[in-house]
Write a protein that binds this ligand. Structure first.
Ligand SMILES: CN1c2c(nc(N)[nH]c2=O)NC[C@@H]1CNc1ccc(C(=O)N[C@@H](CCC(=O)N[C@@H](CCC(=O)N[C@@H](CCC(=O)O)C(=O)O)C(=O)O)C(=O)O)cc1
Ligand SMILES: N[C@@H](CCS)C(=O)O
Ligand SMILES: [Zn+2]
Length: 775
């Protein structure tokens, strides 16, 4: 039987794990934000979402997925897939009280908070730049199946003539990503409630089966991570327990269990033995166990199920090497495995469609594949597996890959020679003590106050930039606008009484894209939006060639800001690791090599800033933790090149130049050694939400550099009072000497409004003064 003649119960030969849900023109963002602003009714929002889903399904079928049999995933979300699971499980934390509005109103209250409730915390989803809403679970959290919206979406698709596959975060991953709520007893771990939660999943599956769903997809990326609370071997045992129960349920759709974002090889044979119907593995970042594949034991274990081979990369935008992927698939099929062609993970991390890009260089464009093109690739590979000739497609990709390799700018001899010549001495500054002495001329007070860099990106700033991009205002008008903005931000900081000022980053559309636009080797997109969290998105730049800096990037803005004040103004750069993490990077050389090129460009920028009279330069690395491999075995090598690239960027700064860095979204305790290794003079970190928990490991570690644990949580419009910030500074000051301790917010202020920013910063300065006076 060929793959096109699968029995009805089989998953069709091509599928993807998920698709972007924000819409090709960010229709969902606009609708959701209009709803929040009261400009759109709930019915209108719901209708817009339904239209988007219908368009997505139709497109996926148009691109080659089968309309029947569950090939099309139903992976829509209004805000976040983990939050969707929280609602589907009825796991509303008690602190939100009785929610009397609609389900959607409750959903957004959990996501965003309201005047009485802090929102659920947001944190990074595995090693991606996507953020999920962290479930809060305790011994009493109620669990009750709420499958209504999953069932409704499935039915909606059926009415459209498409039989979709509902997608849900699986029970083990859900609980391992959850945190114990503040009401939980000491030592409580949400995973202790796995059996109850699994029973609720079984009910959800029953409801889907009753609605007619033939397949459901449960995502268990916890299977590939060494960064969770329990060791990976135990995750596998938990998965076995949960799926033995789910698989044994009488009324259920067929279950596809996925293991995206990493290597599940060590678990493969045991996953194959689960009483479910299909398993997936990410074959881009991981493998199948070679020995079990060779001796036939894996195929034997998989005999009663399908295997979704994640050979098309859902994390980047390059055209897949179809010939290599086809060889992998062919070998699996030859080994007797019932193969379905799939993606490594959900395509939610890539933009919609390359053909939307009208300004990209045609040659570069021919190398790219966004979500739609990846769906087509999956479909082509499936045809090949079914015995159709796809040689033309394979040859076309061979040609494209060769063209990419030979294109001007991809390998630039001077850049490579400079990287090769960079040695250890270039990564080492003089000792910390010598630098501390040299930096005394900066006259930084004890408990110095500062901010992280950005001031509010007001609608006026965004509008001015949009007008400039559209050609409605000229360069002089736009730059005049930015200078006025900088002048006003400097004036404001002087009035507030901050010690170390910033220029405010008004000129930046994004802290990575801004640099990518000014560096050679990068391209930027018009419509390549990727969801970062909720309604917010970024346009990751495309790092396609060797990177160099044709001209200074930030110097004139920092120099202008410094000319307006006697206080020190920090220069503000994004570090090499973060520039890589938040871009789509080339996949034809080790990341460390690419990072060195970016680092050298930044090194030149720092030299120019210093020449222009800037004495303090902050190099942000909020993504340092994010890129830490999920697989422990690969972490040391990562830390080596990532820390090395930061040191290469900053290593040219003289002893008197104070280098700052900033990290947010970090489990700081986990990477404290790496942060120490950065050898920055001052590091600001997120700490307000965890009430300075981080200070403890710092004290234990004997941390001797400058440190600024955030005392103002910038994630919500709430204004932290003087007392609250004083208390946090006191906690830090009890552990960290005043000359080492900096007082700052958790992160940049770009998403905040001016009213709350000014009030919060005034309180911050008052609080710092109060604690200074206590010394
Ligand atoms: C610190 N964070 C960042 C991450 N990744 C990045 N690449 N950058 C980051 O800063 N990851 C971790 C966190 C995630 N946090 C955020 C926070 C905020 C946003 C966000 O607000 N995104 C905006 C888009 C920002 C942007 O690129 N703006 C551009 C384009 C603006 C735009 O949409 N223009 C409109 C027209 C505007 C008008 O006429 O008024 C249009 O094109 O239609 C700019 O400023 O020029 C968002 O809206 O989602 C993201 C991640
Ligand atoms: N300098 C940046 C860092 C964000 S992580 C900002 O202030 O927005
Ligand atoms: Zn930050």
């Amino acid at each position: 039987m060929t793959a096109t003649e699968q029995p009805a119960s089989q998953l069709p030969p091509a599928t993807i794990l998920g698709y972007p849900r924000i819409g090709r023109r960010r229709e969902l963002k606009r609708a959701v934000e209009a709803f929040w602003a009261g400009r759109l009714s709930e019915d209108e929002l719901v209708a817009t979402a339904a239209d988007l889903r219908a368009a997505t399904r139709a497109r996926l079928v148009g691109l080659g997925l089968t309309a029947e049999g569950g090939a099309v995933p139903e992976s829509f979300s209004f805000y976040d897939q983990v939050l969707d699971a929280t609602l589907a499980l009825g796991a509303i934390p008690a602190r939100f009280g009785e929610q009397t509005g609609s389900d959607l109103a409750t959903y957004f209250t959990l996501a965003r908070g309201d005047s009485e409730h802090q929102p659920l915390e947001m944190t990074k989803w595995f090693d991606t730049n996507y953020h999920y809403s962290v479930p809060e679970i305790d011994e009493r959290t109620p669990f009750a199946a709420r499958p209504d919206s999953l069932v409704a979406q499935y039915r909606e698709a059926r009415e459209q003539g498409i039989e979709t596959r509902p997608v849900l975060v699986g029970p083990v991953t859900y609980l391992l990503l959850a945190k114990a709520s503040d009401d939980a007893g000491n030592g409580f771990d949400p995973i202790s409630r796995l059996d109850e939660v699994t029973a609720v999943y079984a009910e959800i599956l029953r409801a889907l089966a009753a609605a007619g769903a033939s397949w459901v997809q449960l995502d268990e990326p916890a299977l590939v991570s060494d960064s969770l609370r329990v060791p990976r071997t135990e995750v596998l045992t938990l998965v076995e327990r949960a799926y033995a129960a789910l698989g044994g349920a009488v009324e259920r759709p067929r279950i596809l269990l996925t293991a995206p974002y990493g290597d599940s090889a060590a678990a493969a044979t045991r996953l194959a033995a689960l009483p479910i119907d299909a398993v997936h593995a990410d074959l881009v970042r991981g493998d199948l166990p070679a020995a079990a594949l060779a001796d036939g034991s894996l195929a034997a274990a998989l005999a009663d199920k399908q295997f979704v081979a994640g050979v098309v990369d859902g994390r980047n935008i390059w055209r897949t090497d179809l010939r290599a992927a086809f060889e992998t698939l062919g070998a699996l099929q030859a080994a007797g495995i019932n193969v379905v062609v799939g993606t490594s993970n959900s395509l939610q991390h890539v933009p919609h469609d390359v053909s939307d890009e009208t300004k990209l260089d045609a040659r570069l464009k021919s190398w790219l594949a966004f979500a739609d093109q990846k769906v087509e690739q999956v479909a082509v590979l499936a045809k090949g597996l079914a015995g159709e000739s796809i040689e033309q497609d394979l040859a076309e990709v061979d040609r494209v890959l060769a063209d990419r390799d030979a294109a001007p700018g991809v390998h630039v001899d001077e850049i490579r020679a400079r990287v090769a010549a960079a040695g250890e001495p270039d990564r080492n500054r003089v000792t910390e003590g010598e630098r501390r002495d040299a930096q005394r001329t900066l006259n930084i007070p004890q408990l110095a106050t500062t901010t992280i860099g950005s001031f509010p990106q007001t609608p006026e700033i965004r509008k001015a930039r949009a007008s400039f991009v559209r050609g409605e205002i000229d360069t002089a008008a736009y730059e005049g606008f930015l200078r006025d903005e900088i002048a006003s931000v400097i004036r404001l900081q002087e009035e507030i009484g901050l010690d170390v000022l910033v220029h405010g980053e008004a000129e930046r559309n994004d802290m990575v894209q801004y640099f990518a636009e000014l560096l050679d080797g990068f391209a930027v997109t018009e419509h390549g939006w990727v969801q970062s969290y909720g309604s917010r998105a970024t346009r990751p730049s495309i790092l396609w060639g060797d990177v160099s800096r044709p001209a200074p990037m930030t110097v004139r803005w920092s120099e202008y800001a410094q000319s307006l004040t006697d206080k020190p103004v920090k220069g503000m750069l994004t570090g090499p690791v973060t520039i890589l993490a938040w871009s789509f990077v080339r996949d034809d050389q080790p990341l460390g090599d690419t990072a060195s090129q970016v680092a050298l460009a930044l090194r030149d920028e720092i030299a120019d800033l210093v020449d222009a009279g800037i004495g303090i330069v902050q190099v942000d690395e909020p993504a340092l933790r994010e890129l830490l491999p999920l697989d422990r075995a690969r972490q040391a090598a990562y830390l080596d090149w990532s820390v090395g690239s930061f040191r290469l960027a900053t290593g040219g700064a003289g002893a008197g130049v104070q280098i700052h860095t900033h990290l947010c979204y970090s489990e700081f305790g986990e990477i404290i050694e790496a942060v120490d290794g950065l050898d920055a003079d001052v590091t600001s970190i997120e700490a307000a939400r965890s009430r300075m928990d981080v200070v403890e490991p710092l004290g234990d570690h004997g941390y001797s550099r400058g440190i600024g644990p955030g005392v103002y949580d910038i994630h919500s419009p709430r204004v932290p009072g003087v007392d609250e910030q004083t208390e946090l500074i006191r906690i830090a000051a009890a552990r960290i000497p005043g000359e080492q301790l900096w007082v700052n917010p958790d992160c940049g202020l770009k998403t905040r409004g001016y009213d709350e920013t000014v009030a919060s910063l005034k309180n911050l300065v008052t609080a710092a003064k109060a604690v200074r006076a206590e010394a």
